[in-house]
Ligand binder design. Structure first.
Ligand code: HEM
Ligand code: HEM
Length: 176
């Protein structure tokens, strides 16, 4: 197979959202790993605020992306064994799920620290009481899940490169 027709490509807005989220996540991981360590009594300043703002923005974009995905549907799946198509489907579904759950966990933890989370300067509601033990624990889950999500992204990127370099089926064009 030499390529995919227009009907088999993701629409331009879906492609824009895909690559916007990629850029936002790269920025978010860099910020998360460079911001100062967060402990009891840490003040939300500097890069920590950037982490919260970027995270809130990621949730907003992901909500738009999920709605768009439901309204527009994805293009017809590519050829391949039922098993591999299932794996791809599962990976994409998990990525959508994690891209919502992961930032929400961070938000719950931020609330439990008494931090105000904002989106474009607008105050968002608090998701946990200040000092909440559950909110504290979910901060640990947030740190752990960041690695789980990274592993899944790695699998996804390896699959994309495998299509491009080994199968040479131009799958990347569907999203490029
Ligand atoms: C997809 C989006 C996000 C990613 C990939 C992400 C990633 C991370 C990572 C890797 C850490 C650990 C940093 C370290 O080890 O020092 C972290 C910590 C943290 N993040 Fe996020 N984050 C995201 C969204 C958010 C959001 C939306 C918020 C809050 C509004 C948030 C609040 C926090 C807080 C409070 C911590 C410290 C948790 C603790 O140590 O208990 N994050 N984040
Ligand atoms: C932060 C990293 C990334 C995330 C979270 C992510 C997430 C996703 C998700 C959720 C889908 C499914 C879209 C849908 O069906 O609505 C998808 C599709 C796709 N992604 Fe990514 N992606 C990432 C990085 C990349 C990179 C770096 C590449 C290329 C090297 C890539 C190539 C593709 C391709 C080609 C598809 C379409 C697969 C198909 O035709 O069925 N992605 N991605």
């Amino acid at each position: 197979m030499s390529g995919f027709g227009a009907a088999q490509k993701y629409d331009p807005f879906a492609r824009l959202l895909h690559w916007l989220i990629v850029l936002l996540l790269i920025a978010q991981y860099i910020v998360a790993w460079t911001m100062p360590g967060i402990h009891r009594g840490t003040k939300p300043v500097g890069l920590i605020v950037v982490h919260l703002d970027l995270g809130a923005f990621i949730i907003a974009i992901m909500i738009v992306r999920l709605l768009w995905r439901i309204v527009r549907k994805e293009p017809a799946p590519v050829e391949g064994s039922t098993l591999l198509r299932g794996v791809a489907h599962l990976t994409h579904g998990l990525l959508y799920l994690l891209l919502i759950v992961q930032p929400v966990l961070g938000w719950v933890n931020a609330s439990s620290r008494g931090w105000q989370v904002t989106l474009f300067g607008v105050n968002l509601p608090s998701l946990a009481a200040t000092g909440s033990a559950l909110g504290h624990q979910l901060g640990g889950v947030h740190r752990l899940l960041a690695w789980g999500m990274l592993g899944l992204i790695g699998l996804h990127v390896i699959a994309a490169l495998y299509h491009q370099l080994v199968l040479r089926d131009r799958l990347l064009r569907r999203m490029a």
